[in-house]
Design a binder for this molecule. Sequence first.
Ligand SMILES: [Zn+2]
Length: 144
Amino acid sequence: MQYYVNFLNDVKREMIYHTLENPKLECGGFLLGHLNINNEKTSCEVEDLYYERRCGTDCEFRFGLSYLIRALKEAETKELELLGTYHSHGQYPATLSYIDHHNLQYYLGLNKVTMVYSPAYSQLLGEFLNDKGVSNRVKILTRY
Ligand SMILES: [Zn+2]
């Protein structure tokens, strides 16, 4: 199985701009779109974002339940699926931390993606938690 996150280019740019508003502090939001799973490929087609302008610390961002509920409502209104989350890593590289794996991935559950962007390193990466609870690195694509 190959895992992909396929961004509309404007949406990827908006996500990165959001993280650059406070490049030293973590911030985060949600990826909306459609999830396509077939025999050999799982693809998160990202078409929109939901985010609020609030920041965490230099090394932590807490999503919380109320933020998730507002994102789910937005997804429902737009007839999109909530595909997963993104958050920034400020001055640190874009790697999924212990907290990202053990708290954030399980915050949304299975068949969801977790993206991390590092403003300092201009790095974007993501992992998809599949239906067996295994986290897999995604290939990132952009479409216009
Ligand atoms: Zn993180």
